[in-house]
Design a binder for this molecule. Structure first.
Ligand SMILES: NC(=O)c1ccc[n+]([C@@H]2O[C@H](COP(=O)([O-])OP(=O)(O)OC[C@H]3O[C@@H](n4cnc5c(N)ncnc54)[C@H](O)[C@@H]3O)[C@@H](O)[C@H]2O)c1
Length: 343
């Protein structure tokens, strides 16, 4: 399906040990690329990287915000997929707006500057639907969002602003002819190798973990449960990045997500159903719930990428549930082993 053009291409994936990055690395190795992953492992893990194809995979544990680090990573590459940034669930995002904004802006600048200085020809950025103006997402059943509606800008969070500035910075460099730019703007991505830490996890892994570890028979869901999001399975996000590189360089952001948004209450019900456990869902309206509803208009993706998501929400949730379950079991098993060793 993808052309010869990928074979032996030198590609960098920043944040490549994270959820989307590790899925992208698998695709790139399958296409025959030489892949360098740079990640400081704050959220990703080295074991998320594939073992097959290892001779064409180089992993560098590095904080890309350290002086000179980004240059050392991108030098000599043909394409940089820049995915490293801080991303988290809404509790963490709204509780840490300044550090997230500051970190992401500095990181995006460091990687983009390094690419410009070292004449890397192609830069791909992972933007976010959190960058759309809050007021377009504040009522029930809003029209689907179009890419150009990101401006006039008023994202709800510092995270959303940082991701919009990441896009903006890249587009300025492209406009001045410094390098070619592709932007994938994702709605809520989920899947295996996600963050399951209760402090930072996004809504899907957070709910799955609460269901798996539930011993009260009650599942607490943040907010009213009526807030809605368009989700995107991680493999579809990785495929989008490949297609952006192939087909939409210098053509502005292309968003991706399932066309229909899903209520968080409905999401929780589906996860409980997958678990097969008798769990009652209760809503905690004192907790933040973020924007009310958003979903993508996929016209640009269909026209230019020739692609829309392939994995349904239910299928993706079942796969993610199995992965989080095995993580929890491994965590419990290693906890037991540690206790045994200490005894
Ligand atoms: N997950 C989503 O719902 C979503 C939606 C829209 C856009 N995005 C964007 O996609 C990208 C990847 O997201 P993800 O969900 O795979 O997140 P992730 O946290 O799994 O991956 C990001 C990786 O970047 C690494 N990282 C963070 N700061 C770093 C630094 N200073 N130096 C080196 N590595 C660093 C982390 O360790 C992590 O492995 C991010 O840019 C995110 O903003 C994600």
């Amino acid at each position: 399906m993808h052309g010869e053009q990928w074979t032996d291409r030198r590609v960098v994936v920043t944040g490549g040990a994270g959820m989307i990055g590790s899925a992208l690395v698998r695709l790139l190795l399958g296409l025959g690329c030489e892949v360098t992953v740079a990640d400081n492992l704050t959220r990703g893990r080295a074991e998320y990287l594939p073992e097959a194809g290892e001779e064409r995979l180089r992993f560098l544990r590095v904080d890309l915000n350290e002086p000179g680090a980004a240059e050392a990573v991108v030098e000599g590459s043909d394409t940089v997929f820049h995915l490293a940034d801080i991303v988290a669930g809404i509790g963490f995002v709204f509780g840490n707006e300044f550090p997230i904004f500051s970190h992401n802006i500095a990181l995006d600048r460091a990687v983009l500057d390094a690419c410009v200085r070292l004449r890397v020809p192609n830069y791909i950025y992972a933007g976010s639907a959190c960058s759309y103006p809050a007021e377009l997402q504040m009522r029930a059943d809003p029209p689907p969002l179009r890419e150009e509606e990101a401006y006039p800008a008023s994202p709800e969070s510092g995270y959303g602003w940082s991701k919009l500035m990441g896009e903006y910075m890249a587009e300025l460099a492209q406009k001045e002819g410094l390098l070619r730019v592709g932007i994938a703007r994702f709605h809520n991505v989920f899947g295996p190798r996600c963050d399951t830490d209760p402090r930072t996890a996004q809504v899907i892994p957070s709910l799955i973990r609460k269901v798996i570890e539930n011993d009260s028979g009650r599942l607490e869901v943040w907010g009213s449960g009526r807030q809605r999001r368009a989700f995107l399975f991680v493999d579809d996000a990785a495929e989008t990045l490949i297609r952006v590189r192939e087909r939409t360089m210098d053509q502005g952001p292309v968003q991706m997500g399932l066309e229909r948004s899903t209520g968080i209450g409905e999401l929780a019900e589906t996860i409980v159903d997958i678990s097969g456990r008798p769990i009652e869902i209760v809503f905690d309206t004192s907790r933040p719930e973020g924007d009310f509803d958003r979903r993508p208009d996929l016209a640009k993706a269909k026209r230019l990428l020739g692609f829309t998501p392939r994995v349904s929400l239910r299928d993706g949730l079942e796969r993610t549930f199995r992965w989080v379950q095995s993580e929890c079991e491994q965590g419990a098993a290693s906890g037991r082993a540690e206790k045994g060793a200490a005894a």
